[in-house]
Design a protein around this ligand. Structure first.
Ligand code: FAD
Length: 458
């Protein structure tokens, strides 16, 4: 639908959210200027230290489908149907993500996805990208956006009516919003940081681990994960405390790193030939949750990580950012050209859901590093799959978050009820044959409702 309003829209940040939003807006006929502080990543190698691949799931795919980007992105995406758990002895156990073992999340290259979105956005005459332009100041009273050219140092005021801040977790626009009255803001760092390591491809570009799984080495207070890349390599991420006995602070020598990996990740070590180099060369990055409110001020709104940075343990940061774009697009269609109303409804719809996924992502960290290898957790998971297979309206929280577009807050609510039902059913049991299906049916009907379904599941 081509929008009648002739507003000019400024996007700050040409990351994942900014580039996708540019495509949405271009398709509605707006004039769009995208200001990005970095050089054009299609011409220059990306900076190190940012995650190389990301898990894409239904919410993100929906946004890509709406903008006609799905086919192109899916060509470079690798489906992952479950978690492959590596225990300390090197044994591997596969845990499917869904009841039918068919639903999957996809590993995609962050850089390639970002480049594709930029190139598509730029293919519209009404979109212009301006690289090497850093946001210096946002004046909310006047709507004036001031940028600086990184090379020349020259300042420029962006002409435009509306500004969408897609400038990431450390958003400059949000920083200026923090100086306005009654702006709520919190940032909370995990005691863990992360470091990326690489498992290169095997002979002839083969995969040295199962290609269609997200690999996890859960080790209690820390863990490593690995996602596949199209060239046969895997990007591993070690999530590890900054301080303490097992910590980055304590791994200061080559010998210490080698001993630590041999002890905890023995099956991975032979697959990471540059372990020591990677460990000491790649940056150690931190993990933050950022919440703020409001997300809107005058002609300005925050989108993606700028509004809600979350920890990566549900693989939803980008998916949530893409869902912001979808919802904002719907609001524009419904309420345009009344930008006040558009922003108000966008914020109302998204804030509560961003808070829910932030909480679920933090909870999932404990599940991934700790409980995926725990007997009780595994038994509960098995019962959960059985409930899903036997009772239509029963969906696990993971399914609701990753394979449906049920609002995150509703997925969170249903997930908490699921847990209560499961705890009641497995209390004192060790054998799947002992499950009381009559009680299960009753509890599901009473607590979750008999008529809930999500598309794609029968
Ligand atoms: P960004 O992608 O950070 O883009 C912000 C852009 O703004 C950048 O291009 C930046 O250069 C630019 N910018 C910043 N400041 C300025 C300024 N002052 N002026 C102009 N431009 C500026 N999400 C998932 O869905 N699945 C995953 O599996 C997943 N894994 C992750 C793993 C890790 C280790 C991490 C850290 C994150 C992961 N995420 C994942 C989250 C995901 O990366 C983010 O949620 C997503 O990148 C947010 O997109 P964005 O466009 O809001 O921000």
């Amino acid at each position: 639908m081509v929008f009648k309003d002739n507003s000019t829209i400024n996007l700050v940040g040409a990351g994942l959210a900014g580039s996708l939003m540019a495509v949405y807006l271009a398709q509605k006929g707006f004039s769009v200027n995208v200001y990005e502080r970095r050089p054009d990543m299609r011409k220059k190698e990306a900076e190190g230290g940012r995650s190389i691949n990301l898990a894409l799931s239904v919410r993100g795919i929906h946004a890509l489908t709406e903008t006609g980007m799905d086919a192109e992105v899916m060509k470079m995406a690798i489906p992952m149907y479950g978690r492959m758990i590596h225990d300390e002895t090197g044994d591997q156990t596969f845990q499917a993500y869904s009841r039918d073992r068919k639903s999957c999340i996809y590993s995609v290259s962050r850089a390639e996805l970002n480049k594709s979105l930029m190139t598509r956005a730029e293919s519209y005459d009404n979109v212009n990208f301006h690289f090497g332009k850093i946001c210096e100041e946002m004046d909310f009273a006047s709507g004036k956006l001031t940028l600086k050219d990184i090379e020349s140092g020259e300042k420029l005021v962006a002409p435009g009516d509306i500004t969408l801040a897609c400038d990431g977790a450390f958003s400059a626009v949000r920083y200026d919003m923090q100086k306005t009255p009654r702006f709520d803001f919190s940032q909370s760092y995990l005691a863990h940081g992360y470091k990326e390591l690489t498992i290169p491809p095997g002979p002839g570009g083969s995969f040295l681990l199962e290609k269609h799984a997200l690999h996890i080495w859960p080790r209690g207070n820390f863990m490593m994960i690995a996602l596949p890349n199209p060239d046969g390599s895997f990007t591993c991420t070690l999530f590890f405390p900054f301080e303490g006995k097992n910590s980055f602070a304590n791994l200061q020598t080559k010998e210490a790193v080698q001993v630590f990996f041999d002890q905890h990740f023995s099956d991975a070590v032979p697959l990471i030939p540059d372990l020591i180099d990677d460990f000491f060369t790649n940056p150690t990055s931190s993990l933050v949750t950022i919440r703020c409110y409001p997300w809107i001020s005058g002609q300005v709104a925050l989108l993606g990580d700028a509004a809600h940075a979350i920890v990566p343990f549900f693989g939803q940061g980008m998916n949530a950012a893409f869902e912001d774009c979808t919802v904002l697009s719907e609001c524009i269609d419904q309420y345009g050209p009344d930008w006040g109303k558009i922003f108000e409804v966008y914020q109302e719809k998204r804030k509560v859901n961003a808070d829910a996924i932030a909480d679920m992502a933090l909870e999932n960290f404990v599940e991934m590093r700790d409980t995926v290898a725990d007997e009780k957790f595994l038994f509960r998971k098995k019962v959960e799959h059985l409930l899903g297979q036997n009772f239509g309206p029963y969906f696990s929280r993971y399914e609701l978050v990753s394979f449906s577009r049920v609002p995150y807050a509703e997925a969170y609510r249903r997930g908490q009820i699921n847990l209560e039902i499961l705890e009641k059913l497995i209390d004192g049991l060790t054998d799947l044959d002992e499950i009381d299906y009559k009680l299960a049916g009753q509890l599901i009907n009473e607590r979750l409702g008999a008529d809930f379904s999500i598309p794609g599941f029968s």
